[in-house]
Ligand binder design. Sequence first.
Ligand code: AMP
Length: 210
Amino acid sequence: MNLILLGAPGAGKGTQAEIICEHLNIPAVSTGNIIREALKSGTEMGLRAKSFVDAGKLVPDEVVIGIIQERLAKDDCKNGFILDGFPRTIPQAEALDSMGVVIDKVIDIEVPDEKIVQRMSGRRVCESCGASYHLLYKKPEQEGVCGKCSGTLVQRKDDHPDTVLARLKVYHEETEPLKDYYQKQGKLFVVEGQEEVADTTKLTLAAVEA
Ligand code: AMP
């Protein structure tokens, strides 16, 4: 199954992607994680992306389209994948179409902006493997330490409040039109993000299995 997880930054896409990934045994592909990895290792793509990511802006379409093209061509995507954070613009969605990628479902996780700002301040990610945690909703067993790989948990620079507001603005202007794009194709499933991760997961899995 080829899935897209849509939603504002901080709506919980990453967490749900990790859960669906285990449930369906297909990889979760996060352009955000790929870009952060490139930033960390200082590749040419990372250097190109840095100023956009730090400012909460979108990295240019041709860069992310190139990333996704390369990633989806890998063997582990043959039986399906979950896209988390891609597409984020109409041209990116059109690029998927013209690559011949058929999307089965688009699950849109809806969370109001006020909640997003509140949530982002508690979000932490593993510096090494990219796993996501939350100080209130998804606490690591050991404070500051990743339960998966023992890496250090940090707050992303772009999770700071000013950048979060910039990212929300970009989301409403550039990414939200995708709801209509996929609604017209009959592929959109809306999930209301819940207070508890497990409750959102129930709704997400129901949408996957619908
Ligand atoms: P995320 O972890 O998905 O919130 O992504 C972090 C940052 O990476 C975003 O704020 C963008 O700067 C960049 N990014 C990730 N995915 C995309 C995309 N599909 N298009 C453009 N920029 C992206």
